[in-house]
Structures are given as structure tokens and as C-alpha cells.
Design a protein around this ligand. Sequence first.
Ligand SMILES: Nc1ncnc2c1ncn2[C@@H]1O[C@H](COP(=O)(O)OP(=O)(O)OP(=O)(O)O)[C@@H](O)[C@H]1O
Ligand SMILES: [Mg+2]
Length: 248
Amino acid sequence: MNAATVVELRGLSRAFGAAERRRVVLNEIDLRVDEGEFLVFLGRSGSGKSTLLNMLSGIDRPDSGTVRVAGRDLGALGERELTRFRRDHIGIVFQFFNLIPILTVLENVVLPAELAGEGGPAPRARARDLLAQTGLEPLADQFPDLLSAGEQQRVAIARALIREPALILADEPTGNLDSDSAERVMALLLTLTRDAGKTLVMATHDAGTLNLADRVGRIEDGALTVTAGARQRGPEVVAAGTGAGEGS
Ligand SMILES: Nc1ncnc2c1ncn2[C@@H]1O[C@H](COP(=O)(O)OP(=O)(O)OP(=O)(O)O)[C@@H](O)[C@H]1O
Ligand SMILES: [Mg+2]
């Protein structure tokens, strides 16, 4: 084992509802994700992709089982510690960007660093650098609602990376974009995460992303089945279109 383990799930279960309405969304899920990996969660609407991502970020807690991120057991952290841990180690990108409308683009990107108590010029310099990489530096002083959806999502990606977290979680980051913007956003997300050796875990309906992933996790009836993604199998196998992947 070379790479460090960034995510480890053991026996993770989550159900919603009571009595006869009770529905087990995630049933005894085990998963390990290594540093630098790109893992995609696929599954029909309602299969539990967002629920699983919310466990990884600690936004929601499992009924049973453990979630470890960067070696820390999230279940052992209180709400405050969890918030701090998330700020330092996890970057999150949502489908609907969630930018703050009364802050400029630059201020939105810097915000997580400020909330984490970082002072001085360093966070702004990092934010400008990230905005340059997203191609949005000229828009740094604009307010988000003047930007296109794709541009707003690129700002959200810069914001997710400002604290240099080990783990990036993205829930349908291209779900609200036209196909051109979606492609640009995916390319950016991948470049920025891979160049920095980050781990990326993403939920999507976009089959195009499968060609880019190291592994693909399919959620069905509460179970997660992980297979090798196209990136690991190599282009010739993808061209042949076989669905076979290694179990994991
Ligand atoms: N807080 C909650 N309370 C009750 N039920 C919930 C809650 N969160 C999720 N669920 C249920 O859990 C199931 C899985 O939802 P989830 O949002 O994880 O699906 P998803 O795979 O992300 O779907 P989509 O592709 O539409 O985003 C759904 O049946 C949903 O109604
Ligand atoms: Mg979802």
C-alpha cells in the first residue's frame, strides 16, 4: 500500500423514516479512497449519492458504522470540532454553487480562509492565483449574480480549494450547466485537484465523467459496488466498450 488512505468507511448504514415508512438508503457500506484518486458515485435519483457524500463531509451522521477522513473518525468529533475539521480538510462543491450574493467573487473565494481565522495577505494571494487558474481573474471584483452559471461554478471550485483540503467532495457539480460549461467545469475540477494531488469524490448523472474517473461506485438498493473506471482500464478498453471492471 503506497498511497495514503483519505477516506475509509466501515459498515456505514443510514435509513430515513420510521416504522413501515422506514427506508434503508445505505446498507453496511465499506469503502476506501486513496490520496489522489478520482471516484465517481453513480446511481439513479434517490439511490443515496447525496446521502453518502453528506456522510463523508460530516453534514449528516450515519446510524451505524464509521467514517474516517484523513485518519480522523468523524463520529468522535463534536459539532464544533467537525466544523473546524471540515474547513481544514474538506472542500465541497454543490450543484447550485451556493455563492454569497453580497460578496464579490474574490471575497467569496477568500471567505473559508477568513472563517478559519487566516489573516494577512496570504489568503487573498491564493484566491487570486486560483481565480487566475479558473480564468476568472478579470471578474474578481464582480458580484456573483453577474456571472454565468458555469463561471459561478468555477468560483465555487476556487472557494472549495482555498484551504488546500485533502478531500474535495462534489455533488452533481455540472448538474445545472449546459454541456459546454459542464465540460469546462469538469476539466478545471480535474486539473486543479490532480495537479495538487487531491482526492476527488463526486456524485453525478453525467456518464461522460466515467471516462475520467479512476473508479466508479454504483449505488443500488443500499449497496455500493465499486469497479475500475475508464482512466485505470486504459483507452483501448474504453473504445471496445466493455463494461467489465475489477471488483474492489
Ligand atoms: N433528510 C432526509 N429525510 C428523509 N429522507 C431523506 C433525507 N435525505 C435523503 N432522504 C431520502 O433518501 C433517499 C436518497 O436520497 P439522496 O438525496 O441521497 O439521493 P441521490 O442519489 O442523491 O438522488 P439525486 O440523484 O436525485 O440527487 C431518497 O429516498 C430521499 O428521499
Ligand atoms: Mg443527490
